[in-house]
Write a protein that binds this ligand. Structure first.
Ligand code: IPD
Ligand code: CA
Ligand code: CA
Length: 267
């Protein structure tokens, strides 16, 4: 196994186990708001600290970008660990058991290894570039839908940027007429892992941050799918606008999304 994947798995399990333990003691969870509808808890921060300790012990020179700690520049700027210690914080606060740890390692801008770990179900999604994606050690293959007919699509509402809701719901209206149904699970990292596993056929969301999708993106690609921005390009690290699925599903999603794009999202 790729040595960095080994460390990423160890770190994700450690962080995830801490989250699962705290889930049992809701009185000890302190939540605060860091932005519009954007919450953080002591558990997000504690899990991130644990994850960083594991990485630092193995790779003291690497750079770390964590959602809660920001960038911790290392001697080696070419290798970046991109961490979301708890993707699905709102679910966690509401005691809705659907959230994950996401860790991706990017070398010179290219993601080499990825882990998304769901501690409540003990499901560990992992991938190394060129070596496929796995769930608890079993090879993953994404769905094989030919178009949107009969598909179940995952998405996230633009709850932090409600100025995008008219555009977003126009896209939804058109897509809903074409697919079978939608899921809004509350964890973008798991949405992407579920695309990789074929549990949902496609995914799109506006304005994500790199830590939300850096891990899931490699899972999708290594399971035979593709990930693009809203114009079919690869600028999603900057825009955070993401479309994922098998190539035919992405093509169908893009044809609607592009049609409905507002000027603010035409990047
Ligand atoms: C959020 C989740 C959610 C998505 C949001 C993300 P967080 O991450 O992934 O599904 O809709 O855009 O910010 O804040 O729980 O780590
Ligand atoms: Ca997140
Ligand atoms: Ca988070």
């Amino acid at each position: 196994m790729h040595p960095m994947l080994n460390i990423a798995i160890r770190a994700a399990r450690k962080g995830g186990n801490l989250i699962a333990k705290n889930y049992e003691t809701p009185d000890a969870i302190e939540a605060s708001q860091k932005g519009s509808n954007d919450f953080v808890t002591n558990v997000d921060r504690d899990a991130e600290r644990l994850i960083i300790d594991v990485i630092r012990k193995a790779y003291p020179q690497h750079t770390i970008i964590g959602e809660e700690c920001g960038e911790l520049a290392g001697e080696d700027q070419d290798i970046q660990w991109v961490i979301d210690p708890l993707d699905g914080t709102t679910n966690f606060i509401k005691r809705l058991p659907h959230f994950a740890v996401s860790i991706a390692v990017r070398v010179k801008g290219r993601t080499e290894v990825a882990v998304v770990y769901d501690p409540m179900r003990n499901e560990l999604f992992s991938a190394a570039r060129g070596q496929g994606a796995q769930l608890n050690g079993y090879r993953l293959r994404g769905g094989n839908a030919r178009d949107l007919d009969g598909t179940v699509l995952a998405t996230g509402f633009p709850f932090k940027q409600k100025q995008h809701s008219p555009t977003y719901f126009r896209m939804m209206e058109v897509l809903f007429a074409q697919c079978a149904d939608f899921r809004r699970t509350g964890s973008a990292a798991l949405d992407l892992a579920y695309v990789a596993a074929g549990r949902v056929d496609g995914f799109f969301e506006i304005g994500l941050k790199p830590w939300d999708f850096a891990g899931g993106e490699l899972l999708v690609r290594e399971a035979g799918g593709m990930v693009t921005d809203f114009i079919g390009g690869h600028n999603y690290m900057a825009t955070g606008n993401i479309v994922a699925g098998n190539p035919r599903v992405v093509k169908s999603l893009l044809s609607t999304i592009r049609e409905e794009l507002s000027d603010a999202l035409k990047r």
